[in-house]
Design a protein around this ligand. Structure first.
Ligand code: FES
Length: 118
């Protein structure tokens, strides 16, 4: 079970276990968090697609793009911004690597981006 640091971060996985161009999802409380690694940098996002609440972990991650399996919306894995269609954005969470080499994440408010959209 994960424990929370005094400043609100939760330890998830060894940083070395996540490879470049790989993504994986983790439960943090009631939230599903997506970790992606691009050029050695780890980014953390809300794992639920802002379109219709499908887990992005079930999609694909290739050439720096996260693609939702449901309707193939695509997001830039570094910025979290929608590429196709434009105008959407994944909710980014704070991420850091602690002294033990573990990835830690602190959830941000999801700003009400969930729910059915068309
Ligand atoms: S639910 Fe992700 S693109 Fe539709």
């Amino acid at each position: 079970m994960s424990t929370e640091t005094p400043d609100g971060f939760v330890e998830l996985v060894e940083a070395d276990e996540l490879w470049d161009d790989e993504m994986d999802s983790y439960d943090v409380g009631d939230e599903e968090v997506l970790l992606v690694k691009v050029d050695g940098q780890i980014h953390a996002y809300d794992a639920i697609c802002p379109h219709q609440s499908i887990s992005l972990a079930e999609g694909e991650f290739e050439n720096g793009l996260i693609t939702c399996r449901a309707h193939e919306w695509q997001f830039n894995a570094v910025s979290g911004e929608g590429v196709n269609p434009l105008g959407n954005c994944l909710t980014r969470h704070d991420v850091r690597i602690n002294d033990d080499g573990m990835v830690e994440v602190r959830l941000r408010e999801s700003a009400g981006t969930r729910g059915p959209r068309h």
